[in-house]
Design a protein around this ligand. Sequence first.
Ligand SMILES: Cc1cc2nc3c(=O)[nH]c(=O)nc-3n(C[C@H](O)[C@H](O)[C@H](O)COP(=O)(O)OP(=O)(O)OC[C@H]3O[C@@H](n4cnc5c(N)ncnc54)[C@H](O)[C@@H]3O)c2cc1C
Length: 429
Amino acid sequence: MESFQHIETDLFIIGSGMAGMSAAIFAANRNIKSVLSGGAGGLEHSSGLLDLWGASLTQKGRVTKKPWDMLPKIYEHMPDHPYANLKKNTLSKAFLELTTSLKTQGLTYTGYDALNSMVMTPFGTLHPTYRLPITMKSNVEAFKKKEPCLILDFKGLREFSAVFFKEVMKKDWPGISTQCLEFPDTQLRPEVSTPFLARSFETRQVQEKFISLVKPFLKGKTYLGLPAILGVNACDKVLTALEKELNINIFEIPTPPVSVPGIRLKETMMKALEGSSVTILQNKRVTKVLKASNKGFECELGSNIFPAIVHAKAVLIATGRFLGRGLYADQKKIHESIFDLPVCQPKTREEWHMPDFFNLNGHRINQAGIETDDLFRPVMNNKKPVFNNLFASGSILAHQDWVRSKCGAGLSIGTSFHTITNFLKYKTR
Ligand SMILES: Cc1cc2nc3c(=O)[nH]c(=O)nc-3n(C[C@H](O)[C@H](O)[C@H](O)COP(=O)(O)OP(=O)(O)OC[C@H]3O[C@@H](n4cnc5c(N)ncnc54)[C@H](O)[C@@H]3O)c2cc1C
């Protein structure tokens, strides 16, 4: 017979993507007794950039460098968007608190106060983002200055091609040259991956070998660019050491999933929660809701091996969309997977997608999700909260298309911050 571990808590955060992890950090900073559960989501795949808002709302299909200028337009023209419920001050406090917690753990983020930074991607495009890892700071500067730059890639690495990058960029930036090197101690490996290279880069021995390998190619160069592999747990230190010894500005270029900057974010957030008021049940999923009422919840988690029941006074669902499995669809409808909450969605399946894949207005399925009140509590069709003590944050929320708006992290961070501060108000009522 299964014996369940019983865990009592004030707040149960379900989901450990960007929304759940940042909610857990905000809860820990306020000493809220919480439990966090969840498995892999979008975070490990993300580029590690923290976008606030990157799409122009005045010129369709264009990007904006002024994310804060878009907020009043969102309030006016997109009143159902989750951002319409957030003041500028709330969003900026949320970004500041999260990046301060990351910095304390050795992962520094940077960026302008009022503007987006344009980060070069592996495809030779520019991505507007609000906060970027310090290891990508010179990525933005280098493109602005267009001084001589060496771009590196490595034998056996599929995720990044320096030659492809140069081919796309060379029209705007003729001073780019490329070099393919054999990464230290990988001669016996036909293939290497960015997470493997990043973890190797944390050893002093590999750093020293890399320095002597790359030095002969740096004459006359101002910048050295390479795929994002400058360590997982100590990237600030690896960057500083290499820049000092090679006497050059070094920058990372984000790579496609699985992405080292995404893994860094997840691992650093986990570290920030160590010894805090948050208990982590890593890779455990909620499989059944046993009780749900305005007084509290009982949720069953995990496999037959270590099953647990969490008894919580309140729940925050941060379970994401289809990738995270917070939402799923059958032939007719989209459903919410834990509480079977009402999902705001088009009336019929035929309306999910536009006939034109590249339609500038996007596809309606991407705006489907959970509708909430202004405390981010899921509501029923009559707009009343389903439960007074059930909250939702992140990409599961309705009326937003974070991919198109380029607001993935901002949506998760801002709505989680608002939810945690509201939870405190709710708790003290
Ligand atoms: C490829 C890719 C690139 C990205 N690049 C960027 C970028 O450049 N800039 C940016 O700002 N954002 C980016 N993002 C977006 C960002 O990382 C987040 O995915 C987004 O903010 C949504 O986060 P979320 O936490 O709402 O959902 P998810 O990341 O999907 O997380 C959902 C979580 O809920 C858990 N879960 C689901 N069901 C259960 C259950 N029953 N029990 C317990 N746990 C459950 C999942 O395991 C997961 O941990 C990118 C995302 C992807 C996928």
